[in-house]
Design a binder for this molecule. Structure first.
Ligand SMILES: [Zn+2]
Length: 119
């Protein structure tokens, strides 16, 4: 797994905005070393990419040469497990059919980071 799910806010996280769609997080839950973060419209959370995987596109149209595959366990009926499997190509986020969220199999523009992350 080369991406971490991240809650919107983390008291120990320092964020540096790299443009409208990407930020660099110093520390996030599940990835203490930090990395490049982007908003996932399928999961509705920030995903943070492992250090060493860099944007080879522009800030307006990010592009990563990587296949991101997140799987997480559930906690009974309260929080079911899931999967988010995607690529980011030329500013688009291409979700695999094996995703468990509503955007499975769909390609959408990588959204701008939501305003509440900028507070
Ligand atoms: Zn996701």
């Amino acid at each position: 797994m080369n991406v971490a799910l991240a809650p919107d806010r983390h008291p120990r996280t320092e964020r540096i905005f790299l443009g409208p769609k990407l930020l660099r997080a110093s520390h996030v839950h599940g990835r203490p070393e930090g990395g490049i973060g982007h908003w996932c419209p399928g999961c509705g959370v920030l995903h943070v990419i492992a250090p060493g995987i860099e944007n080879r596109g522009t800030l307006a149209t990010p592009d990563f040469d990587a296949d991101f595959d997140l799987k997480w366990r559930g906690f009974g009926l309260i929080a079911p497990g899931g999967r988010c499997h995607y690529r980011i190509v030329l500013g688009l986020i291409l979700f695999g059919r094996d995703c468990t969220h509503r955007l499975a199999g769909i390609t959408v523009p990588l959204p701008d980071l939501p305003g509440h992350l900028r507070e």
